[in-house]
Design a protein around this ligand. Structure first.
Ligand code: GAR
Length: 193
């Protein structure tokens, strides 16, 4: 469990690669009284990530890193996280895999959201694979990040029924709406709230 010092919110960085709807939802949550976290930094591997606009709108510092030389970049990110006194990381549609070394530096402090009922459907293209297998249910999972892809300890999951004429897009939308709610709940759970 993450401990809060006094009643101050825990400084958190959100890592994104794309649209950033989870980021937007987390920012909204972070501004509520009950939120144990504040969002102080946005990190992306993609300078064209649409979600970066939420940094500007909300006056949150954003930094983009080119992940071609991963080890070097991760060290730079660690320095920035230190500079901003970041104590927790939320991955929200971040499509790069962090190294064991990086994760070790934030052990038990990195959360990820994944659009499936883990341990099923790790990795990419989840919704299509779920439909191809004629699953009756799908959903989303918030979990701690460890060195194996989408494999850390599960914090919370939410299940959703797949409709008769479900498409990859309709399922994606349905699951994304659940993700926004689940991430908040998972953060509250991590902080024992
Ligand atoms: C979300 O569905 C998230 O679960 C998924 O990417 C989407 C990002 O949407 N993440 C993964 O697939 C990570 N393995 P967003 O940018 O609108 O938050």
């Amino acid at each position: 469990m993450v401990k809060l010092i006094g009643c101050k919110k825990t400084k958190t960085a959100v890592f994104i690669s794309g649209t950033g709807s989870n980021l937007k939802s987390l920012i909204k949550f972070s501004k509520t009284k009950k939120s144990p976290i504040s969002i102080d930094l946005i990190i992306s591997n993609n300078s064209k990530a649409k979600g970066l606009k939420h940094g500007k709108i909300n006056k949150i510092k954003k930094k983009v890193f080119n992940f071609n030389k991963k080890n070097k970049i991760e060290n730079q990110i660690l320095s920035v996280l230190k500079e901003y006194e970041i104590k927790m990381i939320c991955l929200a549609g971040f499509m790069k895999i962090l190294s064991k070394n990086f994760i070790g530096k934030f052990k038990g402090k990195i959360l990820n959201i994944h659009p499936s009922l883990l341990p099923k459907y790790k990795g990419l293209n989840t919704h299509q694979r779920v439909l191809n297998n004629n699953e009756k249910y799908s959903g989303c999972t918030v979990h701690f990040v460890n060195s194996k892809l989408d494999s850390g300890k599960i914090i919370l999951q939410k299940k959703v029924k797949i409709s008769k004429n479900e498409t990859k897009n309709s399922l994606g939308k349905k699951v994304l709406a659940l993700e926004h709610k689940l991430y908040r709940k998972a953060i509250l759970k991590v902080f024992n709230r």
